[in-house]
Design a protein. Structure first.
Length: 207
């Protein structure tokens, strides 16, 4: 049976979400708190991607990961897909901390958790690979994939700067988009081959 990282990531997220509900202190230990992470809890830069703040949070992230992860992994290959996912997750955290420190330094002690940054990177890669494919935002607003990525980047920047969406790591979402775009641009410039499988399916994003 062919190894599929997308399914493994979904299974891992669901398993650890159950662990969050059953094990006291599990969420605090593995979510990303900047001051704690920089004091030696370096693992939080990776493990925070597998923590979620509630059923709706993980449901949306896993739905989007399933929708876009399969075609992106098929095109990039599992190795590059893994690099995209985890490097973008770390990049998401770093950009979140940097921009938050500049705009809202008081939030540096707030826990960051969720796969959203890495998932936004997967969506960004889809926009690079299949720019003309239609993405349905909230199920009824169609956009070509590349414009959906640009729209989300602008929206997350606006929400992050204005603070209109408290409790949401908008700069983390933006960090995933930026890191994912940089990786795709790097691979596009390199001689490494990327397969375009010709996926024409409509995709949906719920935000």
């Amino acid at each position: 049976m062919k190894f599929n990282l997308t399914l493994i990531l979904v299974a891992a997220n669901i398993t650890l979400f159950i662990a969050q509900a059953l094990i006291p202190g599990f969420t605090e230990l593995f979510s990303l708190t900047p001051s704690i992470a920089f004091s030696g809890a370096w693992w939080q830069f990776l493990t925070y991607m597998f923590m979620h703040g509630g059923f709706l949070h993980i449901t949306i992230n896993m739905f989007v990961l399933l929708m876009f992860g399969f075609p992106v992994e098929a095109s990039l290959g599992t190795k590059r897909f893994a690099i995209l996912y985890f490097i973008s997750g770390v990049g998401s955290a770093l950009l979140y901390m940097g921009l938050t420190y500049l705009v809202m330094p008081g939030d540096m002690e707030v826990m960051m958790l969720g796969a959203s940054g890495a998932v936004f990177a997967v969506l960004t890669a889809y926009g690079f690979l299949y720019p003309r494919n239609i993405v349905w935002i909230i199920g009824f607003f169609p956009l070509p994939a590349k414009w959906a990525v640009i729209m989300f980047a602008g929206l997350e920047l606006f929400l992050g700067l204005t603070g209109l969406e408290p409790g949401i790591a908008n700069f983390g979402h933006l960090g995933g988009i930026v890191t994912g775009a940089l990786l795709m641009l790097w691979w596009r410039r390199s001689r490494g081959r990327i397969s375009y499988k010709g996926f024409r399916d409509y995709q949906f994003i719920w935000e």
